[in-house]
Design a protein around this ligand. Sequence first.
Ligand code: MRU
Length: 327
Amino acid sequence: MNHKIKSLSLAYDPAQGLRLLDQTLLPSQVSWVPISSPEHMIEAIQSLKVRGAPLIGISASLFLGHYSLSHTPSQTYQVYEDLKKARPTAVNLANNLNSCWQNYLTHNNDPQFLLQKAIELFYQDQELCFAMAKQGVSLLNSNESVLTYCNTGSLATAGIGTALGVIKQGFEQGLIKHVYASETRPLGQGARLTAYELSQLKIPHHVICDNMAATLMAEQLVTKIFVGADRITKKGEVANKIGTLNLAILAAHFKIPFYVVAPSTTFDFETSDDQKMVIEQRNQSEVLGIWNNSISTALNPAFDITPPTLITGIVTENLISTYPFWA
Ligand code: MRU
């Protein structure tokens, strides 16, 4: 197996280890950081140097695989446990680490098998992205003007992305003429990261403040909405970046199709109906910092949950499901 890997946001080779494109500095600075220790990997995940449900799982798994080459099984086990807790909402992190760990155990703690599984997950995600895009493009008519939220592209996956993958392919096939990238406060993944990817691909777009979405919809400027997901339950509840629920409610009001695009690796059919998803609460400085406001306190939940009744369809690599989804 070829052990060298490179995507827009991640690079791995056995000599240099894992390197990540620091997403906190985009779009003004393109800077790669080597990840040298477990603490560093956890910091990169928590500070959102690396982010997006699929990419967090993939990068943590590659790090663990590389770490296991030069550490004992018990040291590796400790890091596996610590990494799983780095961010709580996206299911991919724990799922990917669990499947790498399982492969390691099945092969007598041979680290090559842990690394090999992590590399497989990277390539699998690239294929999943293409398959989702193929499904999603089938929903498009001509002259679409779509709105998207947060960043769900190559900065969030190993491939072309989930929701943004559909948009990229839709543009390439001449079906999408314009994209609205909603800013995504507080950390601006839409304004910074989606804008970066769209600019690189020369896809015509406007960045909008999150509170402009309703007006655009009222003026019939948005024909469809595509977003990603961090965790999807059996009931079809979708945890995604805070603000996704606002858009889903607006879309229902204005009768605009609202699609969630996510691979089956983002599904969590184990969380039972009465178990609550854990929503990450982040530091208030992310909300207050840009205003230099040191006189207030702020709330900062990182994700919200959109109920299935507000979702027109969930696009996966295999099919497009409509409500009641898998019930
Ligand atoms: O906090 P982030 O930037 O990791 O949040 C990312 C999102 O909410 C994405 O929409 C989701 O992970 C899907 S990415 C393909």
